[in-house]
Write a protein that binds this ligand. Structure first.
Ligand SMILES: NC(=O)c1ccc[n+]([C@@H]2O[C@H](COP(=O)([O-])OP(=O)(O)OC[C@H]3O[C@@H](n4cnc5c(N)ncnc54)[C@H](OP(=O)(O)O)[C@@H]3O)[C@@H](O)[C@H]2O)c1
Length: 268
């Protein structure tokens, strides 16, 4: 077990915890007795979850309503922690979104913001928290990637590339942190029932996905937190997703990308 022991002066920062996988990661950590710092833009949702978790588990739960894609939003997380005298022993970089459609047809402002959120924000959170954790000799990072990280995806070009960054960065960070007492784990979910598909304008694709391939967010979060607790490098929830990830990694891209252009359903 590598997760630091919960204490009154430490917390778990979870970005994107107003819904979906992030809210479930917060529930999973609170159930284990950890205080949580919930971060997202929708303040009321965060407040409801903080009340639920402190009521159910007697833990400390505070909220930071912030846009993590913006440097000011991240600064407000850092100052909220120092104002309360809290150190972050666990950081789950989960906030993220996707889109579906040929790159040239998509909203470019949103594609650019996706890179700022899925890549820049996650990297900047690690740049802030990892050196502090290493200095203390304890800590755990959970970076939420995706099974789309294992291969380029036509009609999800930006999204898949952002998650490839998350996976590559986290696997290397895991190795860099060897022997420091700090771990980094990449969680790579496949299709999971959350608000993700509505936010990205892809709800029809979720409806069309075969039932056996779709997972629920509590299960995905549980596997992610368990994997982080064991100090795993990568966690891919579900056998179907594990097979997909291996094929994505092993198949030559000259064959895979044209094949996916024809069969991958998103944004058709
Ligand atoms: N669902 C899937 O099939 C799936 C598969 C693989 C990977 N993932 C990844 O899992 C992670 C969580 O997604 P989800 O499926 O749980 O989707 P979700 O239900 O839409 O949750 C996304 C979370 O991110 C937050 N968020 C979005 N933009 C933000 C911003 N600028 N600043 C702060 N918070 C922001 C949202 O909160 P606010 O809107 O309140 O800010 C929300 O809490 C994402 O990184 C996603 O890429 C999802």
């Amino acid at each position: 077990m590598t997760l630091p022991v919960p204490s009154s002066s430490t917390t778990c920062v979870i970005t994107g915890s107003s819904s979906g996988i992030g809210a479930e990661i917060a529930r999973e950590l609170a159930r284990r007795g950890h205080g949580v710092t919930l971060v997202a833009r929708r303040e009321e949702r965060l407040r409801d979850l903080a009340d639920e978790l402190s009521g159910a588990h007697g833990i400390r739960a505070e909220i930071v309503a912030a846009d993590v894609a913006e440097p000011d939003g991240r600064a407000s997380i850092f100052s909220a922690l120092s104002d309360r005298g809290l150190t972050a022993d666990v950081v789950a970089n989960n906030a993220g979104y996707g889109s579906g459609g040929s790159f040239q047809d998509l909203d470019m402002e949103s594609e650019e913001k996706m890179v700022r959120l899925n890549v820049d924000a996650l990297h900047s959170m690690c740049a802030h928290f990892v050196p502090e954790m290493v200095g203390r000799g304890r800590g755990a990072i959970l970076n939420v990637a995706s099974t789309v990280a294992f291969q380029p995806l036509p009609r999800q070009a930006t999204y898949a590339a952002t998650k490839a960054f998350v996976l590559s960065f986290t696997e290397a960070l895991h190795a860099d942190l060897h022997g420091t007492g700090v771990t980094a784990t990449a969680l790579c979910p496949g299709v999971t029932r959350t608000e993700f598909f509505d936010v990205g304008g892809m709800s029809e694709e979720l409806a069309g996905a075969p039932e056996f391939a779709v997972m629920d967010s509590p299960e995905v979060a549980r596997l992610g937190v368990e994997g982080m607790d064991k100090g795993k490098r990568v966690v891919i929830p579900g056998a179907v997703n594990q097979v997909g990830a291996v094929s994505g990694r092993m198949t030559p891209r000259s064959l895979l990308v044209p094949f996916l252009r024809r069969v991958y359903p998103v944004g058709k």
